[in-house]
Design a binder for this molecule. Sequence first.
Ligand SMILES: [Mg+2]
Length: 142
Amino acid sequence: MITIAVDFDGTIVTHEYPKIGQEIPFAIATLKRLQSENECKLILWSVRSGKLLDEAVEYCRIKGLEFYAVNKDFPEEVYDKASNRKVNADIYIDDRNVGGLPDWGVIYAMIKGKTRPIYDTQYIKPKPKNIIIRFGEWLAKR
Ligand SMILES: [Mg+2]
């Protein structure tokens, strides 16, 4: 079970804070799909608070997206802004990511392990040497 913290403004909807922007294509569908397939916990992770936060939660609920927790590690946690500045998650999805927010289709593939960020060098396999180079190395060893 992985925990995913997801931002709202600029990530699920276009950034029109304090208004609610337009849904970013496939954001909610992707999150709902990840929830159902991966058994992941989704935490809404937003600078919104009070009424503005409630509006964001309600916007998602109407579209069928329910969060495990909102600006908290778990639902029963007592929120204390002074100490709970960052929620505890395995993955954060935020439009303020370095490199920006990928398309939601790309986010889905990254989380499912179908692609990795290009800076993950361990994932980049060296190209196999061609037959002529291998033959040359074989000759050199003899
Ligand atoms: Mg944002």
